[in-house]
Design a protein around this ligand. Sequence first.
Ligand SMILES: [Zn+2]
Length: 556
Amino acid sequence: MRTHLLAAAALAVLLGTPSAALAQGQIIIVNVDGVDEGFNDPTPAEPVGGNPGTTLGQQRLNVFERAADIWEAALQPTNDVFVTAAFNPLAPNVLGSAGTTFVFSDFPGAELSGTWYHSALADQLASEDLNPGFADINAQFSSNFVFYLGFDNNEGALVDLLPVVLHELGHGLGFANFVTEATGELFLGSPDVYSEYTFDVVTGKIWNEMTVAERAASAINVRKVSWSGLSVNDAVPGVLSPGEPYVGVSTPAGLGPFMLGTASFGPPLASPGVTGDVTLADDGVAPGSDACTPLAAGSLTGKIALVDRGTCTFVVKVKNAQDAGAVAVIVADNAVASPPPGLGGADPTITITSGRITLADGNLLKASLAAGVVNVTLGLDNSILAGTDRVEGLMMVAALNPVVPGSSISHYEAVASRNQLMEPAINNDLTSSVQPPEDLTLNLMTDIGWFSDRDGVPDGRDSCLGSDIRPTVVIGTCDSKVENLVFDDGCTISDNIQACYQARHHRHHGGFASCVAHYTAKLVRWDVISGREKGAIQSCAARDRGDHDHDEGHGR
Ligand SMILES: [Zn+2]
């Protein structure tokens, strides 16, 4: 079954018959720009940053070829992947967009039945071009931007085109769902492979198992929607760093922690951060809490000022609070936006820490202030790897409230540090890597199956050495009595359950149990084990207290 996904892809051109039986496929950029525009723009250009092109158009094309080469080396596709690409005027602030041209389900080699796959991934799993003569990916880039066209990530104040192209190709290769987040509806009523690993850590459900209403609710469950795939989460500790921006609350108990949007001025957030009692600002001019008018000298000495957004700029508010003696400023949003955006602006005379919290969290703080002392810390929470959720410790995807079509869910969460290629916005500290130790994009490709047909195991892992080959699945001291099947690559069910330990880096017992629940549910769906066997394994996982000895035996 195949279905055209994007109306825009009706432009897809016939590409001729790809040559069969190539040992390795290529990612082939098909220039669909018109005469003298986009890739064909004849404006002379000086070679820059390793890009030898001498026209604007040639330099753009060279960047695309470079991005295609990087993906090609990482994925080593067995089939050619055809990408139609063009430069066109796009909406302001949109650098580019790309997606699969077609989606496929129930093709030979599909791991999940009744589930949509991106064209390039479907070809990979089927080991043939399922749609000969048609492009797999359609990509558009903005002709409104002056991009940096070098290969050396030395973009200065410009936007670096190479990571933008790598990002957009990532979407086309599989880093995207086909869900309408605003309504929760699936594409033509069927689940997709990306949503198989999109996991709400509060409800414990994956997106493909949710009702339409549950998916719509999960889409805005900010920083509580994560990627459940093992390859990504295995790699997380080697890529991300501790330090999520936050407002920690020591008094009253049970409040917070709150998400904190960072300021582009003042000192950077630190750990342990700035601690103090919170005072709601009052500048005496209604609304007094906006701190747009200078406050009485000394009125905020030693305090962390809570200030409402609105009327004047962020730097005016923070400066007024600083002048009144505040040691830090929390700006409470006046509109629903979560996670909280940062505070923009510049003022080199600001020397105190500040940041933005959501409207809802601001209201919680105010309610607590009305009841008594509130003591908080603004800074970096080093107990958490920035980009992982606080419930399961998994890599988060971008649940946004309100939903942003095209950005929600089909990206990693922007709080990730180091910054990730597949965040909703491109950061200027990106390298051109798609894999560890810099990046987690290739791991997601592994999870959705890019390498599965090579090892025969639908588990997103390459191989297992030093396998747990006991005849039954044993967790800790609990024998589930379920046959410990060996997959084609030598990995056993026990090995894959063991990976749940590593993915959670032993932090959360609950995280291990839910990882096992998720994995065994998939084994049932794939007809590898029965529902009763799933229950037996899960009950062993629930009893396990992390007191296990088989880490060493897992020689990866
Ligand atoms: Zn994107």
